[in-house]
Design a protein around this ligand. Structure first.
Ligand code: ADP
Ligand code: MG
Length: 335
């Protein structure tokens, strides 16, 4: 009796000593979206330090790459690179532009950071879009081939003075990878980091998989699917995050077809039989730096070409929803 009570007491003390061993949560508005962080750590004080370090990294990337901050490196490049003289850039920006160009080549130009030449004229909150004449005039300046990246001297130039770039289709995936690198540096083994539609999972949820919801593209607050995942990245692109419906009843959203210089056509009305237009695309793969540009790419390419692209990329899977609200999976998810 005495013995068992002693052990109960001992167990109680041990538990008390580890009371801080738990999940830690942090949420902040950064990069125009909500950044969520969840990780397991034994020590409360250390956990606070780790949270701060991760969030500071998101802020740092936002300060460097935001098109909305006049003093970001990206804004400086957009002001200078079209002026006829190559602009020196950081190794980080060079790496992200290099990756973007790789995906432009790989997707036949569906992924193209020069969409911003026209995209920067849109304001989804204000319901503002480029008119037809402006679109026609600037369309030739939307082309990744205008980007001259000198990898050796680390400079960037645009050979059309009107060209602008925006890294909104790749920066959040890059940032969640950076966050995971920091968590790993601190020895964290179980974490979930997301920035809007881009998430990276480190390990599992201590004995069970993380459950990642894919939002229903037309029913806020509902999930279209919940996917159990561990140790991977998942990025979702949709036409429902940033959009407005214009006077012609068109859904004007934030994913652009570089071939037209306009948001891709995704209107539901009358599209029940259109089996190629997509309204939601999720890509699963090792790194956000790849799943993020791939989700945008597959969205632009449409169901057939998009799924073919993913089938030809080992290590990546796709879950897509078409305009008729039907869900499709790449072959690796079809068991
Ligand atoms: P989210 O920003 O909601 O995570 P995505 O990953 O789909 O969504 O990225 C959409 C963003 O990508 C847009 O807000 C824009 O900044 C950028 N973008 C839009 N169209 C293209 C495109 N064709 N190629 C590259 N980037 C794009
Ligand atoms: Mg993306």
């Amino acid at each position: 009796m005495y013995r068992s009570r002693f052990f109960t007491l001992l167990a109680g003390l041990l538990l008390a000593g580890q009371a801080a061993a738990e999940w830690h949560y942090e949420k902040q508005a950064i990069m125009g979206t909500e950044v969520h962080l969840q990780f397991w750590h034994e020590d409360e004080d250390k956990a606070r330090e780790i949270s701060r370090a991760v969030m500071e990294e998101f802020h740092r990337i936002d300060r460097a790459l935001s098109p909305y901050k006049a003093d970001s490196e990206l804004s400086a490049v957009n002001r200078g690179a079209g002026a006829g003289k190559p602009v020196p850039i950081s190794a980080e920006l060079a790496g992200i532009v290099d990756k973007s160009l790789w995906y432009s080549d790989r997707t036949g130009g569906a992924f193209d950071i020069t969409f911003a030449t026209l995209g920067s004229l849109y304001d989804f909150r204000e319901g503002q879009q480029a008119d037809g004449a402006t679109t026609e005039k600037l369309l030739p300046a939307v082309n990744y081939r205008h980007i001259k990246l000198d990898r050796e001297n680390r400079t960037l130039a645009f050979d059309d003075p009107r060209t602008k770039i925006d890294l909104g289709g790749i920066a959040k995936g890059y940032a969640v990878d950076r966050a995971v690198a920091i968590l790993q540096h601190y020895g964290i083994q179980n974490a979930n980091v997301s920035a809007g539609g881009d998430a990276r999972l480190l390990g599992d949820k201590r004995g069970k998989p993380w459950l990642v919801g894919i939002r229903h593209p037309r029913d806020k607050g509902k999930n279209a699917a919940v996917i159990p995942l561990e140790d991977t990245a998942i990025s979702t692109s949709g036409d429902y995050e940033r959009f407005f419906i214009d006077d012609d009843q068109h859904r004007v959203h934030h994913i652009f077809n570089p071939a037209t210089g306009k948001p891709t056509e995704t209107d539901d009305r009358g599209n029940e039989n259109d089996n190629d237009k997509l309204i939601s695309v999720s890509i699963i793969g090792p790194k956000g730096f790849d799943t993020d540009p791939l989700s945008t790419s597959v969205f632009v390419l449409g169901k057939q070409e998009g799924l073919t692209l993913i089938e030809n990329l080992p290590g990546f899977e796709a879950i897509v929803i078409d305009a008729g609200h039907r869900m499709f999976f790449s072959s690796g998810l079809q068991q």
